[in-house]
Design a protein around this ligand. Structure first.
Ligand code: PLP
Length: 392
């Protein structure tokens, strides 16, 4: 059976060149980078190169990159430590559509007595920038807003947002886990103070991430211990994974433009094919700027979980939203915030592409999906009334 993986916002396949660069650092060059002997110094040099590659992808300075274990740790570090650094400021601003790795951190601080403002989005998933401006107060310690949404791919105007936050003199953190490697990011002339990224979203392994901390921003470490990462993140470095992240960033920098054009073409072909072949579908966030690789499509009157199950049986791996909320009976908090009615949000499927997808994959999905939707709608009493209109 053909296998088609279109769940790349959940995680990506490790690139061959990335793996190749990592492998010698398990068995041959296994020194501790803090050791003074050759085993250690050789490894330390490789970490420097990886840091340069990450900084280069972001338009940052090497001194601004701290390696972490994942995007979640980077987000926790940014928010937690900004609040600790500003103990008199007891207000946090974020949005209703953040990943749980930001939203639940803010809500945790809400339970500790902080005031938390969760900004709304409109039906296209966009923020009201006047509402953002008005929400920032004298006691706001940090504003944390994502670059691109993991479920819908909607991209926020981060440069404009960061400028508004900077004008108010408040720290700005951006969860860019879904954006890094997919769209060009240049922090050189930006007002972003802190930015999170994660290796496994850009063809490096799971379990490695980084936090960009702009020069001059002072926050204490989240993980305290030895002197690693210039005292900003203790713990012996995860050398092979850091090297892998560096290589993945180098490849992303080199190929981002042509790769994302190809990926967008695949995405657009799938969306057109689905609209041509299936009735009662809605592309979430269609009218706004989205990541080139992401498509969130709602199939009205049927359950997304049922579609996923049948797609899986046909060898197609997609998702009903964030992998971190899979299994929860609650409709997606992102689609809820966008005001998508339950009849649509329940049948929403996310297809997310990578450099490894092909036109064959799209044709295969377009062959398998319409009969699956028809089969489920035939079983759906809610769909009965609108059956004449369907083209499947
Ligand atoms: N932020 C966003 C927007 C994400 O999509 C994810 C993962 O899906 C994370 C944070 C968490 O990253 P990690 O899995 O590396 O902890």
């Amino acid at each position: 059976m053909k296998l088609v993986y279109v769940d790349n916002n959940a995680t990506t396949r490790v690139n061959d060149e990335v793996l190749e660069e990592m492998l010698p650092y398990f068995k041959e060059y296994y020194g501790n980078p803090s050791s003074l002997h050759a085993f250690g110094s050789r490894v330390a040099g490789k970490i420097d190169i990886a840091r340069e590659r990450v900084a280069n992808l972001l338009g940052a300075d090497t001194s601004e990159i701290v390696f972490t274990s994942c995007g979640t740790e980077s987000n926790n570090n940014a928010i937690h430590c900004s609040l600790e650094a500003n103990p008199k400021k007891r207000h946090v601003v974020t949005t209703k559509v953040e990943h749980p790795a930001v939203l639940n951190v803010c809500r945790y601080f809400g339970k500790q007595g902080y005031e938390v403002t969760e900004l709304s989005v409109d039906k296209d998933g966009m923020l009201d920038l006047d509402e953002l401006r008005d929400s920032i107060k004298d006691n706001t310690a940090i504003v944390s807003i994502m670059y691109a949404n993991n479920e819908t791919g909607v991209i926020f105007p981060i440069e404009e947002i960061s400028k508004i936050v900077k004008e108010k003199g408040v720290l700005f953190h951006c969860d860019a886990v879904q954006a890094v490697g997919k769209i060009p990011i240049n922090l050189r002339n930006s007002y972003i103070d802190l930015l999170s990224l994660s290796g496994h979203k850009l063809h490096a392994p799971k379990g490695i991430g980084a936090l960009y901390i702009r020069k001059g921003v002072r926050i204490d470490p989240l993980i305290i211990g030895g002197h690693q990462e210039d005292n900003r993140r203790s713990g012996t470095e995860n050398v092979p994974y850091i090297i892998g992240l560096g290589k993945a960033c180098e490849l992303a920098k080199e190929f981002i433009k042509e790769e994302q054009m190809c990926v967008k073409d695949l995405r657009d072909k799938l969306e057109k094919g689905i609209k041509d072949k299936i009735s009662h579908v809605k592309i979430i966030g269609e009218n706004t700027t989205r990541l080139p690789n992401t498509s969130n499509i709602s199939f009205e009157y049927i359950e997304g979980e049922a579609i996923l199950l049948l797609l899986d049986m046909a060898g197609i791996a997609a998702s009903s939203g964030s992998a971190c909320t899979t299994g929860s009976a609650e409709p997606s908090h992102v689609l809820q915030a966008m005001g998508v009615p339950p009849s649509q949000s329940r049948g929403a499927i996310r297809f997310s592409f990578s450099r490894y997808n092909t036109y064959d994959d799209i044709n295969y999905i377009l062959e398998k999906l319409p009969p699956i939707v028809k089969r489920l709608r035939d079983l759906s009493p809610v769909f009965e009334d609108s059956q004449h209109a369907t083209k499947t």
